[in-house]
Every structure is written in structure tokens, then in C-alpha cells.
Design a protein around this ligand. Structure first.
Ligand SMILES: C[S@@+](CC[C@H](N)C(=O)[O-])C[C@H]1O[C@@H](n2cnc3c(N)ncnc32)[C@H](O)[C@@H]1O
Length: 253
């Protein structure tokens, strides 16, 4: 069975941060695949449904419940691979049930599909399955990193400097010399409080592009506690949080 699979970046949450290319790519989709990650992220699932209702009304939306995942495994990489394989199996079955030969399926991906997102890996796993012949198309999206720098009206680097993009889990591993500008994602623990110097500058943003957007910036020594308090309060009130920050060393260090 031959299927076109479109992986469409939809931006980091703001309904106006979707590109015209993404909207065009939704026009002839037969089925959208939405993975339900659990109740805490219901708002995010709903945001994807709202996009389908707005730009491809009436189209089939296949909602799948994500297979369970061990969050603290002994072997992290092996557990992630096992989880991706389980997801691919679930999606392959849903696609063969709901599409005919020549059909078009789409995944709506938060931000851009190339940045800390597993959809393209899942699609690779799908493509390896017998009986499915996939044409894969990727539509880029606005990343949360661009939404952060735009919201603060800053550049991600000073002239000629590198930018290191990493996660909270790996922040402490940033190599010496690569820490002049660090863009940190997926950080539930605000790891910068362990790694940054008080004189480093931080630009932090949560719920970027949405009505709940919050921005804080300043010297780490001055704003770290405020970021932690605002983050904890927003997370408790809304039920989930997505935040990102840029850390910058003072220019003379
Ligand atoms: C799984 S990654 C997906 C990143 C996405 N593919 C992108 O291009 O931005 C999720 C992380 O992206 C960041 N993120 C995504 N959307 C965001 C938003 N609206 N506001 C702040 N951070 C966001 C957070 O760091 C979050 O933990």
C-alpha cells in the first residue's frame, strides 16, 4: 500500500505562527494522526484538533493513545527505541485501517519537526514495515527557539558566536567554550540553577505564542528565583508547562 505521509510543523502554539505552506499542506490530507500523551497535555492535543477544524474541517482525525513508557529506565536509549517501535506498530495499523492506496496522512508537529521531536523517527520506523510504501514530505515550522528570541526581541548569538542547543538533562555536559549562548529546551528542573553563573544573562519564556505567554529576563542571580516561582505557579494553575530559555555569558568572560 502506497501512502504519502506529511510531517507538518505547526509552530510552538500560537495559532498565527502556522506558515502558509503548512496550511496548504493540510488541504488534501485524508487522515490526521494525533497521539494522545495523557491528560496533562490535553490542551496540546486540543490545539492540534483546533488546527484541523480550522484549516481542514471535516477531515478524519485518528486519535491514538500513546503506548506506556518507562520514564526512569536503566537503559534510556533502549527504552526510547522500544517505545518508538510500539508507537510505529500502533500507527501502521491505524493507517492501513483508515486509508486506501494513494492516500495522504499527516502528523501535526509542535514547532519544527527537526528539533527535539520523534515524529520523523517514528515515520522512519513506519517506512521499514512490510506492506507500507511511504512518500515522506516535511513542512518546516516556527521553532520555540525562534518564538523565544522574537518574543524578547533579541538575537540568539552575539556577532560570530556559536549557539549551543541542548536540553535541561544535558545542560551540565555543554563543552567548555560552547557555552557563550545556550538555548535550553525540555527542562523540567530549571537546570541552569546548577550550572549558570550569577552574572550570566537569561531570557526565559513559557507558553510562547499563546494567550498564557510569560517572559522573564535578567541577570541569573537576580531572576532565578522569580522564574522558579512563576513557573511553579503557572504549571499548577494550567496543569502543564512548556518553557525554553537562552543563557548567555557576559561578553568579557
Ligand atoms: C519535544 S520539544 C519540541 C520542540 C519543537 N519541535 C520546536 O521546534 O520548538 C518540547 C520543548 O519545546 C519547547 N517548547 C515548545 N513549545 C513551546 C512554547 N510554546 N513555549 C515555550 N517552550 C516551548 C519547550 O522547551 C518544550 O519542553
Amino acid at each position: 500500500m502506497r501512502i504519502t505521509v506529511r510531517v507538518i510543523g505547526i509552530g510552538p502554539g500560537g495559532p498565527r505562527q502556522i506558515t502558509l505552506e503548512a496550511i496548504d499542506a493540510m488541504a488534501d490530507v485524508d487522515a490526521f494522526v494525533v497521539l494522545d500523551k495523557g491528560t496533562a497535555k490535553d490542551d496540546l492535543r486540543q490545539a492540534r484538533r483546533d488546527i484541523v477544524d480550522r484549516y481542514a474541517p471535516g477531515r478524519n482525525v485518528i486519535e491514538l493513545v500513546d503506548p506506556p513508557r518507562d520514564r526512569h529506565p536503566a537503559d534510556y536509549d533502549a527504552e526510547v527505541r522500544r517505545w518508538h517501535e510500539a508507537r510505529a506498530e500502533l500507527i501502521a495499523a491505524a493507517l492501513t485501517d483508515s486509508l486506501t492506496d494513494g492516500g495522504v496522512a499527516a502528523f501535526l508537529v509542535w514547532g519544527d519537526p527537526a528539533l527535539y521531536d520523534s515524529t520523523l523517527r517514528i515515520v522512519d520506523d513506519l517506512a521499514r514495515r512490510p506492506g507500507l510504501d511511504l512518500d515522506v514530505e516535511v513542512i518546516p515550522g516556527v521553532t520555540s527557539a525562534s518564538a523565544l528570541t522574537a518574543a524578547h526581541a533579541i538575537t540568539a548569538n552575539r556577532i560570530g558566536e556559536p549557539i549551543h542547543i541542548t536540553t535541561g538533562r544535558r545542560l551540565a555536559d555543554t563543552p567548555a567554550g560552547a557555552d557563550s549562548n545556550q538555548m535550553v529546551m525540555l527542562d523540567g528542573e530549571l537546570a541552569f540553577r546548577q550550572t549558570a553563573d550569577a552574572d550570566d544573562h537569561i531570557w526565559w519564556g513559557a507558553y510562547l505564542g499563546t494567550d498564557d505567554q510569560v517572559l522573564i529576563s535578567g541577570r541569573v542571580g537576580d531572576v532565578a528565583d522569580e522564574i522558579a516561582a512563576v513557573r511553579a505557579e503557572a504549571r499548577a494553575r494550567i496543569g502543564w508547562i512548556m518553557d525554553i530559555y537562552l543563557l548567555r555569558k557576559p561578553s568579557n568572560s
